[in-house]
Design a protein around this ligand. Structure first.
Ligand SMILES: [Cu+2]
Length: 354
């Protein structure tokens, strides 16, 4: 509140100063002292044009500093195959638009300074030039078309269908954590419905589906190095977004609309630890959609193993149906209608808890 009050007083102070300046100018015009008015304009011209120049220098320095300062956090070491394609695309686009940005901004501010009003100078009247119009329309059009075409090609490659042998993992976002389900030995995720969600059966897995019986939900994601991994993404409530910055993976988790993303990890967690020199390094799955007040807490650890370590980890996992036999049992013992009624009740409970 105090900050707001201070901010408001500063704004009001500026408004008062501006009005005083305006009144001074108007008064001098009414008094008929045109010389004074011109004098004021000349001063304000000089002040403004100098400010333009200072803004160019100050803004340029701040721009360069912010780039240099956050370089390491912006450019995380890369750990996936398709990440190279997206990085190439990103940097090509960045260089092209960066060059244009710098040239246009420098010219804009320098010209504003150089061609400020001077009593003895007249602007050169130059209304039209077809050749010039064609050149500055064609060049950006061609460059933009090439960038868009390159982007489209990369996007098509990245979003193509996942290979048959991809490791399938379901990632579900909810307020406020990620939940992860593996298909188990059969390689097939059991059917899940949001109407079946309960406090225990958080995924809403339908355990009358045989494929669901070996599904397991680990506390960390493990994936094998060098093999394609397919994320099947869902959301239980609002829009979340799956973000694995080292793998350049980003895909929204949308309620009612399953999405997917596949990638091939190229560096194990251990390799990344020695590359970064950080013995505590861990790949992280974050939520990159502001999804509510617990958004910041949506963190899940992902570990890239050598394929044999991954197999060893897989062998140690216990299916959910084995860990929670009472949940799975309800699906076989109760009639379907009773189950459905029970579920709706429980789903309501879960909702009110949220
Ligand atoms: Cu979220």
């Amino acid at each position: 509140m105090i900050t707001f009050a201070i901010g408001l007083s500063i704004v009001l102070l500026f408004v008062v100063l501006f009005l005083l300046f305006r009144i001074g100018t108007l008064a001098s015009i009414f008094r008929g002292s045109s010389q004074r008015a011109v004098g004021t304009t000349r001063t304000s011209n000089r002040v403004n044009s100098t400010l333009f120049l200072l803004f160019l220098i100050g803004g340029g320095a701040a721009f360069a500093w912010s780039f240099a300062d956050s370089w390491d956090t912006m450019n995380l070491p890369l750990a996936s195959v398709h990440g190279e394609w997206t990085d190439d695309l990103f940097w090509t686009t960045m260089v092209v638009i960066g060059i244009v940005f710098v040239i246009t901004q420098v010219l804009l501010f320098i010209y504003s300074f150089k061609y400020q009003h001077q009593d003895d100078k007249r602007a050169y009247y130059y209304p039209h030039n077809n050749k010039l119009e064609i050149v500055w329309t064609m060049i950006p059009a061609v460059v933009m078309a090439l960038l868009v075409f390159g982007g489209w090609k990369t996007w098509t490659k990245i979003t193509s269908a996942a290979p048959e042998d991809a490791v399938v993992i379901e990632v579900m976002g909810k307020q406020f954590n990620w939940m992860v389900r593996y298909p188990g030995a059969d390689g097939e995720l059991g059917v899940a419905k949001h109407t079946l969600i309960t406090a225990t059966n958080e995924f809403g897995v339908d355990f009358s589906d045989p494929a669901a019986m070996d599904d397991f939900m680990p506390m960390e994601i493990h994936v094998p190095k060098g093999q394609p991994v397919l994320f099947k993404i869902r959301s239980r409530d609002v829009i979340h977004s799956v973000f694995l910055p080292h793998f350049r993976v980003k895909m929204d988790a949308v309620p009612g609309m399953p999405t997917k993303f596949w990638f091939v990890p190229t560096k194990t967690t251990d390799e990344m630890r020695s590359e970064t020199g950080n013995p505590d390094f861990k790949y992280e799955l974050a939520c990159t959609e502001i999804c509510g007040r617990g958004h910041f807490a949506m963190r899940y650890i992902l570990i890239v193993d050598e394929p044999e370590d991954y197999q060893a980890w897989l062998a140690k996992q216990t299916p959910f149906a084995v860990q929670n036999p009472e949940v799975a049992a309800k699906f076989s013992s109760t009639s379907e209608q009773a189950v459905a009624a029970n579920k709706t009740e429980k789903a309501e409970e879960v909702k009110s808890e949220l």
